[in-house]
Design a protein around this ligand. Structure first.
Ligand code: NAD
Length: 479
């Protein structure tokens, strides 16, 4: 497969640099070629988005919603093909990848319905015969910049609310998800989405991403990715006074109290830490345990890890696939080496068959490092979790909050008072009890505190607040 840009309804293959894409599960298999864009393609996309936006905004919400329903149906029709391509491109295990595509279908339907919901408030006026109300209006052209780890769901949870609010979109996906992005745009091209309302530009972040954020005539940026890139984008957008949201990294903790049901807790911990090879912003990467049950939990984790098998992403029986790329393999292995030098192994999964065939990393849980160690403080974004012991609930909360990040946090307990205290005290945008740190539902607000976010939220109805502005309208209809 070849990547393509989709600009103003036309398919364009840039003639510049090319990158061969290999399957991270099987490095001998080439699955396609990326054709990288340059500045001129970004500016063409910006012009196309700008000229399409007014007439798109002038459509009724019902019509925009109908087109989003068409996008959902087209995606559902091609769900298996798209999941298979994405799984071969970035290594997510196929069953999980199908689940991700279906989340995309559901998100499109959810936001399609918003086209027919109230989009303002009636506000009393102090004067007589005055009708005063607020209504949402679109921002204009929105740049959507996405990471590779959810190559279908994250773009859709930005594009769908942006479109239903009446914006046009320029989408720049991560390089590692660009074949999937091309196919997704082809699927959307089967619908009646007007030309130029959604534009796709394939290329490298540092070569074209910054043309979008620093130079192109846009009205907002919605970014998900690393905290380092997010901070640069925030500075660029603040300098231009355009609206931005940056959803970034995490170092999510699961806290296990002495009264937790350990048999039920262990599978949830493993899923949170190792599904998607730990490459979720909401992955569980710190396991904070009350001392009284530390050893029994270790024993259960050791037993459970035996069934946490790494395999090719196309294998539905594999618990996890490879990490996504050579760069990810190198970064995560640096932390694995650090762990083998400075920490003690608690549990690991069985050795990987044909380990050198792809970017496979064996999941592991380690212990024996202090709370300020790099393994406890830095986002690994791979299948490596660290255990810490806490004397009691208060110390567990202190450890949980001792990080620059604040995306997601979970508590495992049978005690209702502890559950409520945790939901009050944990400094994270998503706080959960007896549930994974990952897996927040699409109809609920998603986002983080501290360095995990620029403090807006995505998904659910709250996403509409980012993709629109409020206009206050007042009319004196009789003197
Ligand atoms: P990244 O920051 O390297 O890249 C993200 C996107 O930004 C890519 O499309 C990239 O090409 C683009 N980009 C890079 N440099 C740019 C620049 N100077 N200007 C404009 N765009 C630029 O992140 P990644 O490696 O793709 O993703 C992994 C990170 O994403 C992890 O830190 C993870 O926690 C985070 N993440 C966060 C969430 C969330 O909702 N909070 C969700 C998923 C992933």
């Amino acid at each position: 497969m070849q990547s393509k840009n989709w600009i103003g309804g036309e398919w364009i293959t840039p003639s510049g640099k090319e990158v061969t894409v290999k399957n991270p599960s099987r490095l001998t298999e080439e699955i396609g070629v990326l054709h990288l864009s340059d500045r001129s393609h970004v500016l063409e996309a910006q012009q196309a988005a700008r000229s399409a936006q007014k007439s798109w905004a002038a459509q009724t919400g019902a019509i925009r919603g109908e087109i989003l329903f068409q996008m959902a149906s087209a995606l559902e029709k091609h769900a298996d093909d798209l999941a298979s391509l994405a799984s071969r491109e970035m290594g997510k295990q196929i069953v999980e990848m199908r689940g991700e595509v279906m989340r995309g279908v559901n998100l499109l339907r959810y936001y399609a319905g918003e086209g027919m919901r109230a989009n303002g408030n009636l506000i009393p006026a102090a004067d007589t015969n005055v009708l005063q109300y607020s209504r949402r209006v679109p921002l204009g052209v929105v740049a959507v910049i996405t990471p590779w780890n959810f190559p279908v769901a994250i773009p859709i949870w930005k594009i769908a609310p942006a479109l239903i609010c009446g914006n046009s979109v320029i989408w720049k996906p991560a390089e590692n998800g660009s074949l999937t992005a091309t196919r997704l745009a082809e699927i959307f091209a089967e619908t009646k989405l007007p030309a130029g309302v959604l534009n796709l530009v394939i290329g490298k972040g540092r070569e074209i991403g910054n043309v979008l954020t620093d130079e192109a005539d846009i009205d907002a940026v919605s970014f998900t990715g690393s905290s380092e890139t997010g901070k640069q984008i925030a500075v660029a957008c603040a300098g231009r006074n355009i609206k931005y949201q940056t959803e970034m990294g995490g170092k999510n903790a699961a806290v296990i109290l002495a009264d937790a049901d350990l048999d039920k807790t262990v599978p949830i911990l493993l899923s949170g830490a190792f599904r998607s090879a730990g490459q979720k912003c909401t992955a569980t990467s710190r396991i904070i345990v009350e001392k009284a049950i530390y050893q029994p939990l270790v024993e259960r984790l050791q037993t459970a890890m035996a069934s946490c098998r790494v395999g090719e992403a196309s294998d539905p029986a594999a618990y996890l696939g490879p990490v996504a790329s050579a760069a990810q393999y190198e970064t995560v292995n640096k932390y694995v080496s650090l762990a083998s030098e400075q920490a003690r192994l608690v549990a690991e999964s069985p050795a990987v068959d044909a380990a050198d065939q792809g970017y496979f990393i064996r999941p592991m849980i380690v212990e024996g490092v202090s709370a300020d160690h790099a393994l406890v403080q830095e986002e690994v974004f791979g299948p490596l979790a660290v255990m810490l012991a806490a004397d009691n609930f208060d110390q567990a909360i202190e450890l949980c909050n001792q990080t620059v990040y604040g995306l997601s946090a979970s508590l495992f307990t049978r005690d209702l008072a502890s559950a409520h205290r945790f939901l009050d005290l944990a400094q994270a945008g998503m706080v959960r009890v007896n549930q994974e740190t990952a897996g927040v539902e699409y109809q609920a607000p998603f986002g983080g505190m501290k360095l995990s976010s620029s403090h807006t939220r995505e998904q659910g109805q709250v996403a509409l607040d980012f993709y629109s502005e409020i206009k206050t309208c007042a009319i004196k209809y009789a003197w």
